[in-house]
Design a protein around this ligand. Structure first.
Ligand code: ZN
Length: 195
């Protein structure tokens, strides 16, 4: 039986078609496919609660789908290995992966698995920014902190480090401010270009 659930939900700005069936199941089960999201929910689950769970599942599935897609498009491991060669003692890079998990970091390096994780948002920025973040994460293979020695090493392998940091703080600022900006100023920003 199909219940009176909305036929679409909007997650992170993406509209997803939704089909909800009440069934004799224990938990909410969801599948994301080409045609949208198919969900089965327990017979007596309250609608508001069901919608809350569906929203959470949809966000997780959408982000996973996006991560698969973005990692299929482009493997930055080769780029990371080239950057590693600039180090006096090149760090090992086993894998580089874009992630869509929300985090306050642009990237991370795990010395245990010798792998780099990068925010998927970097995929859309100019290539030199991706390089700067890769260099930053690889420098953590040598210095697991932000000590003066870390910055000295990073600036020696990636001289544009400070410009990249300024760019990324601008990005963060704009991402937070965007929703509050009046449309005229938004249009003005979109038309502006570097002098
Ligand atoms: Zn760092």
């Amino acid at each position: 039986m199909t219940s009176d659930f909305p036929s679409t939900i909007t997650i992170d700005g993406t509209e997803v078609r939704l089909r909800v069936d009440r069934k004799a199941v224990k938990n909410v089960n969801a599948r994301m496919g080409e045609g949208g999201m198919q969900v089965s929910i327990p017979l007596h689950l309250e609608q508001a609660e069901a919608l809350r769970i569906i929203g959470e599942l949809a966000r997780r599935l959408l982000r996973r789908q996006r991560a698969h897609q973005i990692n299929r498009e482009d493997d930055p491991a080769e780029l990371a290995r080239r950057i590693a060669q600039r180090f006096p003692k090149p760090p090992e890079v086993r894998s580089v992966e874009f992630t869509t998990v929300t985090s306050s970091c642009w990237g991370s390096y795990s010395p245990r698995t010798q792998s780099v994780r990068l925010s998927a948002a970097l995929r859309h920025m100019p290539p030199w920014i991706l390089e700067a973040v890769l260099a930053h994460e690889l420098a953590h293979a040598i210095h697991p902190n932000h000590s003066p020695a870390f910055w000295a090493l990073l600036r020696s392998v990636y001289p544009d480090t400070d410009r990249a940091r300024a760019f990324l703080s601008g990005v963060t600022w704009l991402a937070r401010a965007w929703e509050q900006l009046p449309s005229v100023e938004r249009a003005q920003l979109a038309a502006a270009h570097e002098e």
